[in-house]
Ligand binder design. Structure first.
Ligand code: AMP
Ligand code: MG
Length: 270
């Protein structure tokens, strides 16, 4: 059995981010090399389960990725989802809302991007930005963002009742590791394109983000849409852990190839 309980935030539990070690490698199959080795076959397993989900075409999986800048959202998508069928996968990256998005309620742009039956939908940032960056920077008054936790829970329940399984990941990095990664973006030629002044400025709001994340995680980890807090200072551990949660979730769903419909072939076709 895959032991995913250590990352799962139980509904009603407190998260205490400051007391969680972002560099933890608890439960890993070994050191870096051994864990990377153990992660390789997981790509095939994910691919096989996805094939069944797609063929069955009755249910969907929504994967929400949240985390501070440089927490590894992009890297998780690149590594964990290698090997999945692009036709059956949908990745949506949510940025600063466009004028059109801004003119609608905050769930509008999100609802349009949820996965259809058979698909795996991956959200790189999500509706949670509307209680995170929006709260930290006071982009709307508190009386507007405060009710959003309940609205989000209702929204996710709507999706769940419609046949969508939801798993949400908070990629937990330490202040020091974020600093190293942002620094790396300045000096490594293949990472320089990712460096944005804004990311360095956001770092100054670390405590406010921690507070906003704490509230978001605690108020919206539900039975139908649980949060998983993944120690993400080590990318190899993060990739292995996220893969474990996804596989556990899909194995529980146990999608099936549909029963073959009887085919009446015209004579002489074979
Ligand atoms: P990135 O994910 O690095 O491409 O950056 C996207 C940026 O868009 C981040 O700085 C987010 O905080 C920002 N963003 C995403 N959603 C919202 C939102 N609803 N309101 C304001 N900013 C947002
Ligand atoms: Mg970024």
């Amino acid at each position: 059995m895959r032991d995913i309980g250590r990352w799962r935030l139980r509904p009603g539990a407190t998260v205490q981010l400051a007391r969680r070690d972002a560099a933890s490698t608890e439960g890993a199959p070994g050191d870096r090399a051994q864990t990377e080795q153990a992660t390789l076959p997981l790509h095939d397993e994910l691919s096989a389960l996805q094939d069944r989900l797609w063929a069955e075409s009755r249910r969907a999986l929504l994967v929400v990725l949240q985390g501070l800048d440089a927490a590894g959202k992009d890297g998780t998508i690149k590594h964990v989802f290698r090997g999945v069928n692009p036709q059956a996968t949908n990745v949506s990256s949510f940025k600063v809302p466009t004028e059109e998005e801004q003119a609608h309620d905050f769930l509008w742009r999100v609802h349009r991007r949820v996965p259809a039956a058979g698909e795996i939908g991956v959200f790189n940032r999500s509706h949670y930005e509307d209680v995170l960056v929006v709260r930290v920077h006071g982009l709307v008054p508190e009386k507007v963002w405060r009710p959003r936790y309940d609205l989000i829970n209702e929204f996710e329940r709507t999706l769940a009742l419609g046949g969508t399984t939801i798993v949400k990941f908070f990629l937990h990095v330490s202040f020091e590791e974020q600093g190293r990664r942002l620094q790396g973006r300045l000096v490594e030629p293949d990472k320089r394109w990712k460096a944005r002044a804004g990311d360095f400025a956001e770092r100054q709001h670390w405590d406010a983000y921690t507070e906003a994340y704490t509230d978001a995680l605690e108020r919206t980890s539900t039975d139908v849409a649980p949060w998983f807090v993944i120690p993400s200072d080590h990318k190899w551990y993060r990739n292995w852990a996220v893969s474990q949660v996804l596989l556990h979730t899909l194995e529980k769903l146990d999608p099936r190839y549909p029963d073959p419909a009887p085919l009446e072939l015209p004579e002489g076709t074979l």
